[in-house]
Write a protein that binds this ligand. Structure first.
Ligand code: ADP
Length: 630
């Protein structure tokens, strides 16, 4: 943010060094692109232009009428003319303001609609961005683009553009009127303009840099306070006996602050002295030269004419000052548009292929063929992953944290696209399938369960907007959470999400399982929570998941032995490659990565489990559940 120095009426404003360095390149293409947003509302814009011209003219007219009031009314002692000109002057002022109001209405209307268009465009575009966009960009930045950057566009249109227009028109009309009255006086008027603007800018610049400095000083003071008046900071100060040193440090900056404040205040005063002096030099010069022309040279200038010139000159100061400052607004506006357009130009990475298909029959086979993938170039995460999951079967993916398990499953609904090889759904490359169809066939229960702010019902309807009450209750029952929901005073209408009922991780997970059940996908994906759930929660989730695994095609990222055992095949992933695959018993016997994981993780889980003996028997083969008689 540039320092807020030098704002206010008549005050010169400047760009910060950072802004000067990063000035956007204003190309015809950029201007054309900005203009294309305006073009949609061109007729209203023409109306705004017309209003600006007329109201600028009407604003200047009373100054011109002052001459008539003096010459025709007062000096000629003509009461009728005097009253008429006064009434006309009042009427014109009223009309100028009325037209100004119409102008401001249409101006605001256009600005609001352009903002509306841009917001929709941006939101739609962001929705199309791949998951990697959201993981690599800071959420705060994304929201800033959506909110304050686009809000800035609105003020650019209502303030910057219209200020350039109306100030230029006012200046041109005033200048024409002055030259028509008397070119000598008009020239004098123009000559004094730099006299007025240069010192203003100089004073403004001084004040601006003082403000900047005092802001830095203020930051330093806050830093010291935060550092030394915190609990741990104080402890450090006391234990090292640094009270005096810290006091001196604080006192020094504090002193600098008051110096700066006094200087800044005085720079402001100095500015007003300069401003008022120079603004009165112009009129005085016009009176003087006008007087000389009238008295000595017999010019036909009237008292009214000279007064008009002075009045018109007075009307020129504000527009000139605004236009001199316009560069600041202009650069900021262009930077704003450039930032917004940069976002618009981020290509949509994952989109429907032009020849995308929606298969008529869905089986639910998933096949990975030599899949390679990297989030960032040069850092391969998955290497040559191949496996097949037949419809109706289940596969458990196990491996150390960071080995690429979640990445594998992210490739199925195309949250990311493979780098090499292919992921096939029913034999078709997922990149060739209609994206909406593909995602509708895959239900993911992830570790970080996200429930929207709203009721439990809202969250369930998100998956199936036309779900009936019975369907919802059935899904909740299957997800082992209905009892809990039923107990809530408002039942399905209980608010959840971060503004509602605080749910435990396990409860959230089970509601999200109900949501997936309503979605009714072909393939279920469970990214099992590693976070410590209490054993009752775990058991409840397990009871919900088990029947799903048994009856649907499913992929499980498993950390619990019971889940692993429920799968038809186990894939062991390490450093992005499948290093072992097979059944539990064989893998334990192999004494490889799986056996090690089993030793360190799963057997521990087993000890915590209530059903130890059954599992023990199964694992060690004394009485294998699926191979009786062995
Ligand atoms: P796992 O599920 O086995 O714990 P992940 O698939 O989440 O592993 O991650 C595999 C590797 O990819 C890790 O090294 C992780 O840091 C990296 N990774 C995960 N997501 C991203 C991302 N969005 N951008 C860059 N690197 C990522």
């Amino acid at each position: 943010m540039p320092p807020a120095g030098g704002r206010g009426p008549g005050m010169a404003r400047f760009l910060s060094e950072e802004e000067l360095e990063n000035q956007p390149k204003v190309t015809p293409a950029l201007l054309k692109r900005i203009f294309s947003y305006l073009w949609v509302y061109r007729f209203r814009f023409m109306l705004v232009l017309l209003c600006i011209v007329v109201s600028s003219f009407f604003t200047l007219l009373p100054s011109i009428l002052t001459g008539k009031i003096l010459d025709e009314g007062l000096l000629k002692k003509d009461l009728t003319a005097l009253v008429n000109y006064i009434l006309l002057s009042l009427l014109v002022t009223f009309l100028a303001n009325l037209i100004g109001m119409v102008e401001s209405y249409f101006n605001t209307w256009i600005a609001q609609h352009i903002t509306y268009d841009m917001r929709n465009h941006m939101y739609g575009h962001l929705q199309e961005m791949s998951q990697s966009f959201f993981t690599t960009n800071n959420q705060g930045d994304i929201i800033t683009r959506m909110t304050s950057d686009i809000d800035g566009v609105q003020s650019t249109i209502t303030n910057t553009f219209s200020s350039i227009l109306s100030n230029s028109v006012t200046l041109i009309i005033a200048m024409i009127a002055m030259f028509r009255k008397n070119w000598i006086l008009a020239l004098i008027g123009i000559v004094v303009v730099p006299l007025f603007t240069l010192p203003t800018r100089k004073a403004g610049k001084t004040r601006w840099s003082l403000t900047k400095e005092s802001q830095e000083c203020n930051d330093e003071i806050n830093g010291i306070l935060n550092e030394t008046l915190s609990v741990s900071g104080q402890l450090l100060v006391k234990l090292f006996g640094k009270e005096k040193t810290e006091y001196e440090r604080y006192e020094k900056v504090n002193h600098r602050m008051i110096d700066l404040n006094i200087k800044e205040r005085m720079a402001g005063r100095w500015f007003f002295v300069v401003l008022t002096t120079f603004t009165s030099i112009g009129p005085m010069l016009i009176y003087l030269v006008g007087g000389i022309l009238m008295i000595r040279h017999g010019s036909d200038l009237t008292v009214g004419d000279v007064t008009v010139m002075v009045a018109l000159l007075g009307k020129m100061y504000m527009p000139i000052n605004s236009l001199l400052n316009i560069k600041v607004d202009w650069v900021r506006s262009m930077a704003l548009f450039t930032r917004i357009f940069d976002y618009f130009d981020i290509p949509v990475e994952i989109k429907n292929a032009p020849d995308a298909v929606i298969p008529e029959k869905v089986t639910g086979d998933v096949r990975f063929e030599n899949v390679g993938f990297a989030y960032e170039e040069g850092h391969p995460i998955l290497k040559n992953i191949s496996f097949e999951l037949k419809a109706g079967n289940s596969v458990a993916i196990v491996g150390p944290s960071g080995s690429g398990k979640s990445t594998i499953i992210n490739l199925i609904p195309r949250l990311y696209d493979v780098g090499s090889g292919s992921v096939r759904f029913d034999g078709v490359d997922v990149r060739k399938l209609d994206l909406g169809f593909l995602r509708s066939r895959i239900g993911v229960v992830s570790q970080e369960t996200y429930l929207f702010n709203g009721t439990i019902r809202d969250n369930l309807l998100y998956a199936k907007p036309d779900a009936t009450q019975e369907e919802m209750i059935e899904a909740l029952k299957k997800a082992n959470i209905y009892e809990f929901v039923e107990k809530q005073e408002k039942g399905l209408d209980t608010m959840v999400g971060n503004r509602g009922l605080k749910l435990s991780g396990g409860e959230k997970q089970r509601i999200s399982i109900a949501r997936i059940l309503l979605k009714n996908p072909t393939i279920f994906v469970f990214d099992e929570a590693t976070s410590a759930l209490d054993s009752i929660s775990e058991q409840k989730i397990q009871e919900a998941i088990d029947p799903i695994i048994n009856s649907h095609t499913s992929i499980l990222i498993a950390h619990r032995l019971s889940t692993i055992l429920a799968a038809d095949e186990i894939l062991v992933v390490k450093d992005g490659a499948i290093v072992e695959r097979g059944q539990h018993k064989e893998l334990v016997k192999q004494g490889g990565v799986y056996a090690e994981l089993y030793e360190t993780q799963f057997s521990k889980a087993l000890e915590d489990d209530d059903g130890i003996s059954e599992l023990e028997e199964y694992i060690w083969g004394t009485q294998p559940a699926d191979e009786p008689g062995e």
